[in-house]
Write a protein that binds this ligand. Structure first.
Ligand code: ADP
Length: 319
């Protein structure tokens, strides 16, 4: 707490981080305002005692108030500048993501046609080697599409524009589909994913498409951060008035000192670089934001080199 306070006093590096000049930087201006307020209180007190004249006191108090208001105005302008930069950044990411989405989808579609060889004609069948290259292009394209779609979803959620179409759903089939969709990742890491469900499982009130994004990120992470040939367990069960969706791996784990940052936007823990996994740190931020819309909760337990378990609880809607 004390260290954080000291850290915040280092306004020069804060201003540098915001890319603002000193006189536009709220942290610096706040410090100036605090100093002026303290010295003017002492000054006004001194003037009031020395001159014993109401007019002098009123004038000095008015001058100090005006000065504080001017600096307050500068602080507001500085905060506005940071907010404007934030809006511009979101708009930039949104435009770029939209522009990337169309060509990437076109590539995906064309690759699918090529792979089925419908587009090649009978005389031009693909050789096994060409098929391997095609698969590699397909995987890279999938990764880019996922990143772009995650970015777009984060922006929509942040701006409150994401549409949630909720219905009563049983999570069993949805989980099976997600595990199936992650086939390429499982194969690449030779990881086995076991699904344990205690049916019949009560239904939950969710948007299945959004829930799939959340599940894909959780199971995908468990695979990504597992050792090659490892095992991931996905458990579905009823617990009191909730349905629990649990993803357990025995992989890298997350260092304890980074536990509090895991759901932050763009956070990647030290293990991510060690495992050289792809990702930009949006997955868990997105998962938590999606679950919030279903009145769901998420938490985790994790230990370095022992693995992680992510717990999701969703309220049951029917009996
Ligand atoms: P990323 O795209 O980097 O995986 P996420 O938001 O999904 O982003 O996760 C944030 C960070 O949390 C990851 O970079 C990784 O360091 C850590 N993490 C998430 N899930 C796991 C897991 N199952 N095992 C180990 N670390 C994990």
């Amino acid at each position: 707490m004390f260290l954080k306070f000291i850290d915040e006093l280092d306004f020069v590096s804060s201003c540098r981080r915001y890319k603002l000049g000193l006189w536009q930087c709220p942290n610096f201006l706040f410090l100036v305002m605090a100093m002026i307020t303290i010295s003017s209180m002492i000054g006004t007190n001194y003037i009031a005692r020395r001159y014993d004249d109401e007019t002098v006191t009123v004038i000095s108090v008015s001058l100090v108030t005006a000065l504080i208001m001017i600096i307050g105005g500068f602080i507001i302008r500085g905060v506005e500048k940071i907010a404007e930069a934030n809006i511009m950044k979101s708009e930039f990411i949104s435009i770029i993501s939209h522009q990337l989405c169309t060509p990437l989808s076109a590539i995906k579609w064309n690759l699918e046609v090529l792979e089925t060889e419908k587009g090649m004609g009978d005389d031009n069948k693909l050789t096994p080697k060409q098929l391997i290259f095609l698969k590699n292009i397909e995987k890279s394209n999938e990764r880019m599409l996922k990143l772009v779609n995650d970015l777009l979803e984060v922006i929509r959620i942040d701006q409150g524009r994401s549409v949630f179409v909720k219905e009563k759903v049983s999570l069993v089939q949805l989980t099976q589909e997600v595990i199936e969709d992650l086939g390429y990742l499982k194969a690449a890491k030779k990881v086995i994913v076991n699904l344990r469900d205690s049916s019949p499982l009560p239904r939950v009130f969710i948007d299945p498409k959004k829930m799939k994004i959340a599940m894909e990120n959780l199971i995908g992470n468990a695979i990504k951060y597992s050792e090659e040939g490892g095992e991931v367990n996905v458990i579905l069960k009823k617990e009191k008035k909730k349905v629990m969706f649990i993803v357990e791996d025995h992989g890298a784990g997350i260092p304890r000192y980074q536990h509090s940052q895991v759901f932050e936007k763009f956070f990647r823990s030290d293990n991510a670089s060690r495992y050289r996994t792809e990702g930009v740190g949006l997955g868990l931020y997105l998962v938590r934001a999606i679950l919030k819309n279903f009145s769901g909760e998420i938490w985790f337990e994790s230990e370095v080199n022992k693995g992680s378990t992510f717990f999701v609880s969703l309220p049951i809607v029917d009996r």
